[in-house]
Ligand binder design. Structure first.
Ligand SMILES: [Zn+2]
Length: 322
């Protein structure tokens, strides 16, 4: 097998593509594009442009590339390579495999974004050497990949790992799934942003108003800065999110007793306070014996977990199909 593959991390807000050495995990070049611009360009065209730019920038002949792997934020049909349902991308039944194979004359493999990020972490990230672990990513939602005996566990109908919909507050806040009190209604980046903007709208003062431009989104760097400036609204929002996230983690520790939990996502990477109190509380809330056997760490590949993992899909599907 040729050693280079293209990986594409297709998230709710951005497409991140790159050329990856699948023997070492090294990312040789990467290209980022926003998924939501003010244009009507279909998402598939944006994906094609991002891959074309990656090949161009990497200065590599398509003949030296083994495959293209995509990790998409949504439900996927892995066999047929169809993105079945991706509400954040407004994408339904998109035949990604067929379209990209026709375009690039290379084999194309499709996986779910959290699943591929988990494959990235167990192959070249902080999951190396562990057989039973859970990778939890905090982003637009909260998702996780479960690794059991070295393989990604998908569940009986392929949905295992939906940690964002563990109910942490019975009858609580409404979640996007229609249920009340789910973890991601409290601990996702979306939930944190909602709580901050809601408090500002109610008339509470926050430095976020000065840090973020009008109609701009609250980024991890803004939250980090606001905490440094002792902003009460941001402090309370992050503390609340950590409280619920740690409850979710404690449930995972008690239920699965994994050797390792890897935490990822922009906020976790950028905001030490969020990460530190989450892991401290998760250990405190879980059963002593279970907690003693479970280490918690951040991702090893940072922003590239999904990109590297998707480039590995061809290899992974060939050797570890479960
Ligand atoms: Zn839910």
């Amino acid at each position: 097998m040729k050693k280079y593959a293209i990986g594409v991390d297709l998230g709710g807000t951005k497409i991140l593509a790159g050329l990856v050495n699948t023997e070492t995990g090294e990312v040789l070049t990467s290209v980022k594009k926003k998924t939501q611009n003010n244009d009507d360009k279909p998402i598939i065209e944006k994906i094609i442009e991002t891959i074309e730019k990656t090949i161009l920038e990497a200065q590599i002949s398509p003949g030296d590339i083994s495959s293209i792997g995509i990790g998409a934020a949504g439900q996927v049909d892995r066999e047929k390579g169809i993105l079945m349902c991706a509400p954040n991308l407004n994408c339904y039944r998109l035949d990604i495999k067929q379209i990209l194979e026709n375009q690039f004359k290379l084999p194309v493999f499709l996986g779910n974004d959290v699943e591929v990020a988990t494959i990235g972490e167990i192959t070249f990230g902080n999951g190396i050497g562990y057989k039973n672990l859970v990778c939890i990513f905090v982003g637009t939602g909260v998702g996780s990949g479960i690794v059991c005996n070295g393989k990604v566990y998908r569940g009986s109908s392929g949905t295992a790992g939906e940690i964002g919909h563990i109910i942490v507050s019975s009858g609580g806040r409404l979640c996007g799934c229609g249920e009340n009190g789910c973890l991601e209604a409290y601990a996702s980046r979306t939930a944190i942003e909602k709580r901050i903007t809601g408090a500002i709208k109610k008339g509470h003062n926050s430095v976020i108003t000065d840090l973020v431009s009008e109609n701009g989104s609250i980024k991890s760097k803004h939250i980090k800065k606001a905490l440094e400036l002792n902003d009460e609204i941001v402090y309370n929002s992050i503390t609340e999110a950590a409280e619920y996230l740690s409850s979710g983690l404690a449930s995972v520790i008690n239920f699965y007793n994994p050797e390792l939990i890897i935490l990822g996502g922009g906020l976790i990477e950028a905001v030490d306070f969020f990460y530190d109190i989450t892991i401290k509380k998760a250990h405190a809330k879980s059963l002593a014996l279970a907690s003693a056997g479970t280490k918690i760490t951040r991702t090893g590949l940072k922003d590239f977990s999904g990109l590297v993992g998707s480039a590995l899909l061809e290899k992974y599907y060939a050797t570890a199909r479960v």
